[in-house]
Design a protein around this ligand. Structure first.
Ligand SMILES: [Zn+2]
Length: 455
């Protein structure tokens, strides 16, 4: 039989060899991750021995009855079904809503996880978000968000840290804001497909270049449907902190991503809250053994962090949009060399990122927070919070709340509002152990006491 079918056999053998070669070449960067980043710390056994215990990695979420799948990606349809099942089973903890649709009509799901999720947000409970997969072929963030959703839900009231996060913070997770791109992407491909199919949305738009550019206003810019939906979400919800998950490198990248200059890179574009962002980036990188050495994927990043523009200019990125157009501070985490590594490698990324992801959510409660009210105790919704020496104001919510993220230090904080006397408080110490509460009571300016004026 063999002799009769030898051409077929021969062809099969060639295909087999090609396949082996191909699959090896499909994930070279993953090999680089483990060999370079982890072995650089003399910690090659890191994944194999200590940290592969499922109970340790996922806590209660590892119980077999929950059916957590850690070595494969969920399809968009299965994500839809998972989050709705969780909402049904944990109605006081999980709320799923669509913030809008993609070009091809897929819902952009936001999974809200917090205690008493059905009730109005408790006064002064800060809002946090993770946004992943805006480049549809950068899928590790998507997978980690699927894990994180289950991790938070199943470990609530089991693990004190998770319980504290969910009682103190209103957590939103958007596993994919480019589901059309995700469904066109190919597992195992470390780079993008030709024509950036998958990276871009269904109309060929790179969503992370599609936001308004602060340094170069362009009134003719056309916004993709997904961009419009996300812009609206960012502008209307009082988020405090946000993480934007990408792949293709391993680094924590902080604003600004662009600059007023033409050069495409290699100098820092300084953000007013530079000190806080650097601390935030360091915290993420230091807890991540793939990131902290700063030598993954052929790049060199001191301490595993970089200013966005110092690496390369990203005009119209989402990170800068958050900071410039809302109260929300967003940082970009690049978490895998290989953009769409095989599902069997996902566990390694969870091991590397779990602590950083949790710590980053906890950073929502750094700095100071409080209420700005008038003498009657009513909110002053137009009020602004300014910090001496930092050129970035925070606008209070309609309920008079504010959260002002700050690095440890001593600050002078002022609350201002049109028609009210400003109030300043000096020597506020921020140590970031627990957030400091600082309320302001503003008095209306009495027109008659303004002095003689002109008649
Ligand atoms: Zn990306």
């Amino acid at each position: 039989m063999v002799s009769k079918n030898w051409p077929l056999f021969f062809l099969g053998a060639i295909l087999f060899l090609l396949l082996i070669g191909f699959s090896a070449s499909r994930s070279p960067s993953l090999n680089r991750i483990s060999k370079r980043s982890i072995s650089d710390q003399d910690d090659l056994n890191f994944l194999d021995e200590e940290q592969t215990d499922l109970d340790e990695l996922f806590g209660a979420a590892a119980k077999p009855e929950y059916g957590l799948k850690i070595d494969s990606y969920l399809s968009y349809e299965k994500l839809d079904s998972l989050i709705h099942q969780l909402q049904k089973k944990y109605p006081n903890l999980v709320r799923v809503r669509s913030i809008g649709k993609s070009v091809e009509g897929r819902e952009l799901w936001a999974v809200q996880i917090t205690h008493d999720v059905q009730e109005e947000r408790k006064l002064l409970k800060p809002m946090f978000k993770y946004v992943a997969n805006m480049h549809g072929d950068e899928t590790v963030g998507y997978a980690l968000m699927v894990f994180l959703i289950q991790y938070l839900v199943y470990n609530d009231q089991v693990d004190d840290r998770v319980t504290k996060i969910l009682s103190s913070t209103d957590v939103y997770i958007l596993p994919t804001i480019n589901p059309d791109g995700y469904t066109k992407s190919q597992e195992g491909l470390c780079g993008s497909l030709e024509g950036y199919v998958g990276r871009q949305n269904a109309e060929g738009v790179d969503l992370n270049r599609n936001f308004p550019e602060q340094f170069e206003y362009n009134e003719d810019k056309v916004y993709a449907q997904e961009t419009k939906v996300i812009m609206q979400f960012i502008k209307t919800q009082p988020f405090v902190l946000s993480g934007n998950l990408h792949g293709g490198a391993i680094v924590a990248s902080y604003p600004y991503d662009s600059s007023p200059y033409e050069e495409n890179c290699c100098f820092e574009s300084k953000v007013p809250d530079r000190k806080f962002f650097i601390q935030l980036a360091r915290n993420y990188a230091n807890k991540n053994p793939m990131m902290s050495p700063g030598r993954a994927c052929g790049f060199q990043f001191d301490g595993g962090i970089t200013n966005g523009n110092n690496w390369y200019k990203v005009p119209g990125g989402m990170q800068d949009f958050n900071y410039v157009n809302s109260n929300c501070f967003e940082m970009t985490m690049e978490i895998s060399c290989c953009k769409y590594p095989p599902g069997r490698d996902l566990r390694a990324y969870w091991v590397a990122n779990k602590e950083s992801l949790l710590d980053f959510i906890e950073s929502t409660r750094k700095g100071i927070y409080g209420l700005v009210v008038d003498k009657e105790g009513d909110p002053v919704p137009s009020a602004k919070i300014t910090v001496q020496g930092i050129n970035k104001n925070i606008t209070v919510t309609s309920r008079g709340e504010y959260w002002r993220l700050l690095a440890p230090g001593q600050y002078t904080i002022t609350a201002t509002a049109t028609g009210y006397e400003p109030v300043s408080t000096k020597n506020i110490i921020v140590d970031n152990k627990e957030p400091n509460r600082l309320d302001f009571v503003l008095a209306k300016i009495n027109g008659r006491k303004r002095g003689p004026g002109r008649i």
